[in-house]
Design a protein around this ligand. Structure first.
Ligand code: ADP
Ligand code: MG
Length: 598
């Protein structure tokens, strides 16, 4: 066996495997270089998902002729003047992107330094550097990559469709654009523009929300809560979406460390923790969060693509994120996202009523009257119907004489189907799902109780014995201390039974049997190490299910209003523990639109 040093081109191809995973990673590196060069405009064109061509043009500082050759070499950089890896203020610093890309493609660098009279250009093909040529180019730099990965056919085979690669490129540029609002960006596939972002001016926060709105959509800008928190020299700013605005994946979670987009497990984990009580585990919030901390508190040199970072004090960072996001969400009070109302109206539109088109065409005029008449009869059914079976649709009119006041959730006017509270606000109506709302209120009351040292309990006049399987008894017993803190005094009672002596006072009249059985089931499901407190959302949901205000229970006007007022005063009450809205608000203008009156 002979040991030999690998030739430079092979070393660069090996490095390229780590730095340039796919066309989007090359685009990311080039755009980062343009940002580091102080550009105020960066224009990207790609063809065939970046396989055939990637071109990045900037109006930054530019390079002198000699720099072009150096730039192509591995470990050549202008960005570590002090040789200090713990004080990095630029996006690049490893000096290997251009060398790596040049090793696996045909690349041409054309550049003119600001103030210089002429431009120069230099090509590299599969790692072989050509000769410097004079060129015509305005101040700034143009990098053109043709046939990416032609020199590494295996990598080429792993690429996905042009459409998918283009999506990744789009995402990479957007992420960089979000933390650089003073730079204009564009992306074109040769036929149309996928990104067109003007540099935004104005004060910093203003700029940021403008840019975030442009990238993430109006919906996000309208339904996100600003965050600004500081801890031990680290600062977290940005926007956290309301829980009711959620997605099935984390694609719309944008995280930045010192303006560098990162996909860091610790940060994603902290976010999950912050939203745990408001979202089911398979739903994900939309966020754009910017963490800024002194360069010596974070190591960005963990990963060749610089997507992951290490924090000196991970617990502090996690605490900062969880604390700040929760605090912001609590400040949002009963707010549910505006998308809830649009979704509701969308559903009405989709249900086949022709809107705004008058009575012409469609089956509108024939099909509705019969149904309407029936509904009207139902609506005007005398209150005597109140004592009918609970399954019968019913309506209770309440507070008819009370004027609509400026309570955000209005004055309760009616209860429909023993499930929905309809309230009148100054400029619209609010429909509350009383069961979902109650679940959330119970959740928040338990939380407050725990913070104050334990949930208030109410003794049962006659202790209630609940028969259960041995396994369930054992589980309940094992969690006895925790359940007591949550307001439930329960202990084992001979073989196959437990006895409940006290229940959480906030539940009012309570179906103790059902509650204990369901809690035992909850415990069986959480084979993992989560404590009941960490699964407070589930516990609260179970408790609320057996408490007095559930779906199917009739409420009088005072009770309904009390529920509305409590919702207004309770943080997070706009969504149930699983991220579904607890109420829908329809503005009169929207309702008028439904009837074609606008
Ligand atoms: P790094 O960014 O880590 O320094 P690169 O290989 O990406 O490594 O770039 C090497 C060097 O080439 C940079 O340090 C910079 O001096 C120069 N360079 C690259 N792109 C540009 C650009 N668009 N404008 C000006 N200089 C550039
Ligand atoms: Mg670079």
């Amino acid at each position: 066996m002979t040991i030999r040093r690998l030739p430079e081109t092979i070393i660069n191809r090996i490095a390229a495997g780590e730095v340039v995973e796919r066309p989007a990673s090359a685009v990311k590196e080039l755009v980062e270089n343009a940002i580091d060069a102080g550009a105020s405009r960066i224009d990207v064109v790609v063809r065939d998902g970046g396989r055939a061509l990637i071109s990045v043009v900037d109006n930054g500082r530019g390079m002198m002729a000699d720099d072009l050759t150096l730039a192509m070499m591995r470990h050549a950089t202008s960005k570590l003047p002090e040789d200090d890896l713990f004080n990095i203020s630029s996006l690049g610093f490893r000096g290997e992107a251009l060398a790596s890309i040049g090793a696996v493609s045909r690349m041409t660098l054309t550049s003119r330094q600001q103030g210089a009279a002429e431009a120069w250009s230099l090509s590299v093909e599969g790692g072989k550097i050509g000769t410097l040529q004079p060129a015509a180019h305005p101040p700034g730099t143009r990098v053109e990559i043709c046939d990416l990965f032609y020199a590494t056919p295996v990598r080429l085979k792993f690429l996905k469709t042009a459409r998918t690669e283009l999506d990744h490129i789009n995402d990479a540029i957007k992420r960089l654009a979000m933390s650089h609002e003073d730079i204009g960006f564009s992306l074109s596939d040769g036929e149309r523009h996928l990104i067109r972002l003007e540099p935004s001016s104005g004060d910093l926060l203003d700029q940021r929300i403008k840019r975030l709105g442009a990238v993430m959509g109006r919906e996000f800008a309208d339904n996100a809560i600003p965050i600004d928190a500081e801890r031990e020299g680290a600062r977290l700013t940005g926007y956290a979406g309301l829980p009711t605005l959620n997605r099935g994946n984390t694609a719309k979670q944008f995280l930045f460390v010192n303006d560098r987009p990162v996909r860091d497990k610790l940060l994603y984990g902290a976010l999950r923790g912050a939203y745990r009580e408001f979202l089911a585990s398979d739903r994900h919030p939309l966020v754009a969060l910017f963490l800024d901390l002194p360069a010596d508190m974070v190591d960005i040199n963990v990963h060749p693509a610089k997507a992951e970072v290490r924090f000196r004090d991970a617990a502090m960072v996690r605490g900062l994120i969880v604390g700040a996001v929760r605090h912001a969400l609590a400040g949002a009070g009963h707010r549910a996202s505006t998308t809830v109302a649009s979704a509701a109206l969308g559903a009405v539109h989709a249900s086949g009523l022709s809107l705004g088109g008058g009575m012409s065409g469609t089956g509108y005029s024939q099909s509705i009257p019969g149904e309407l008449a029936e509904q009207a009869a139902e609506f005007y059914r005398p209150l005597a119907g109140l004592d009918g079976p609970p399954s019968a649709p019913s309506v209770v009119m309440e507070n008819a004489e009370e004027p609509a006041s400026d309570f955000p959730l209005g004055v309760a006017r009616a209860q429909l189907h023993e499930t929905y509270i309809v309230a009148q606000t100054v400029d619209g109506i609010v429909i509350v799902d009383q069961h979902a709302a109650h679940e959330r209120l119970v959740h928040e009351r338990i939380k407050r109780g725990i913070e104050e040292g334990g949930v208030n309990r109410q003794g049962l006049l006659i202790p209630e014995v609940v028969e259960l399987e041995e396994m369930s008894v054992a589980r309940i017993e094992a969690h006895g201390a925790e359940l007591l803190e949550l307001g439930l005094a329960v202990e084992s009672f001979g073989p196959g039974a437990v006895v409940v002596r006290e229940i959480p006072a906030l539940l009012g009249e309570c179906d103790v049997q059902g509650l204990v059985r369901d809690l035992a089931d909850d415990l069986a499901e959480s084979a993992d190490a989560l404590t009941l407190k960490e699964r407070l959302g589930d516990v609260a949901a179970t408790m609320a299910c057996h408490g007095s205000v559930r779906a199917g229970r009739r409420l009088n006007g005072a009770e309904m209003n009390a529920l509305l007022r409590e919702m207004e005063a309770t943080p997070h009450s706009g969504q149930c523990s699983h991220g579904r809205p607890t109420y829908v608000e329809l503005k009169l203008v929207d309702i008028e639109k439904l009837f074609g009156r606008r």
